[in-house]
Design a protein around this ligand. Sequence first.
Ligand code: HEC
Ligand code: HEC
Length: 470
Amino acid sequence: MKRLHLSILPALLLLGCADTKNKNTTTTEHNSIKKTTVSEKKTKTRKYFTECKSKMAFIREPKGLSNDEIDIFILGKSFFRIPWVEAPSATTARDGLGPLFNANTCMHCHPGNGAGVAVNKDGSMTRSLLLRLSHKEPKDAALIKKIGFEPDSTYGAQLSKNGNHDVVAEGEPVVKYENIEGEYPDGTAYTLRKPTYSVINKGYGAFDEDTILAPRIGSALIGLGQLELISEKDILAHQDIEDKDGDGISGKANYAFDPETNSTKLGRFTWKASATTVKHQTAGAAHNDMGLTNPLFPMHNCTKKQENCLKEAEKGRFEFELPAQRLDAIDYYLSNLAIPKQRDPEKYTEGAKLFKSLSCTACHVERYKTASGITIKPYSDLLLHDMGEALADGRSEFLASGSEWRTPPMWGIGLYKKVSGEANYLHDGRARNIEEAILWHGGEAEQSKKDFMALDKISRQKVLDFLKSI
Ligand code: HEC
Ligand code: HEC
């Protein structure tokens, strides 16, 4: 990497926190990305925590990467950020978008590597809030084992908003919000927005009769490599499927099929913990969200009924539109993003105590020691919990039922607005702030929410301020 010249440093610092310079990827592609084994891609000697709290907070590399590693990091970052184009084109390094797709760059749905925003100013759904499609009661055991659900027979696993050339887009997703008024026991009023989803301008006729719409918003992408490094034993230690301790909170691991190893493994990523590794999810995103074939998902995302899509797919010139080396580079980049440190922890000790006393930490488990010996604080058990009817989407994914969700990691949640421009929480971004996210909790978290609501106003604010600081 080119070292930054000292004289330009002050200017970069003014902007916030300096970012690694982008290189021209197509000409400097590294020829020998090492196999990104755990020990090679994340080691103890690196400093994974950053003081950065500006809108650049989620795009920082850790300190301690070698020059070669910085090259791979920058390469991965470029492929995460570049807009892909349709094949064939003059820019061979990044063509192959589509035939059906939702966005042309990963970054569109993960702005600044942060969480997605649910709706545009005019109320239309953004691209980062997408609709998954699946049968309510899946029966095909082989499919359930391999992909975790049964897709719509015409539209496939996800509604694509866009199509190349004469490939008709699949439809336009629509969200309508209804205000729900509520009150805390102390009389303070609140309003939640309850979403309903539909699809207009369907390009290929009706959905299957039992197809349901399952909204998902893009997640923040910091610290993913560290989550991969939590030992299985430490995750399973929090499992309590039968709720033997009687605290009303069970927690269940999801097990998903990993196409890289052709085996079923512990799921750690996505809102239903249906992806086993960062690489698995990266390859799945390339396939489902952008239409890029890759070693883990070699087929185009057209169903047998979408003839134009299949025809258009033949125009691709390469075995894989996202070949192994580039997939590995994105994996490396996302696995190594630095994690912002808590801001002024000494100011929020009371809020932290309340957070614990409300049993939030029964699911939002504060800390782990990873396989590389680092202590991390993701505030998640990575397990599934039944969160009640109001949050349920009816879609099962591997072992996750229609009302179960993975506890999302919460490091950085106080920076979402800075990073993405808007802060939306929960699996479909329905919550406009952290307080609303808590008020939606139900099911296994019902008691915890009630205890939060029963606090006086000042104590509630302490909990919220603590969460904004982590
Ligand atoms: C069209 C929007 C969209 C695009 C484009 C997109 N993503 Fe995502 N991403 C999402 C959504 C939605 C989720 C949540 C999926 C779920 O929970 O099932 C997600 C989740 C993820 C996660 C899991 C994070 C976690 O903690 O669970 C990773 C990793 C990820 N995306 C990487 C990528 C990469 C790499 C690309 C580009 C190849 C990409 N995404 C492109 C929308 C998008
Ligand atoms: C039974 C487990 C459980 C308990 C207890 C629990 N949560 Fe959660 N929390 C979850 C799950 C699961 C989600 C994701 C739900 C969804 O997206 O639909 C979540 C989401 C959140 C979010 C939104 C995070 C994001 O990235 O969108 C916040 C904030 C939050 N919880 C705070 C709290 C607080 C504060 C408490 C204690 C009052 C608490 N939680 C108790 C499981 C739990």
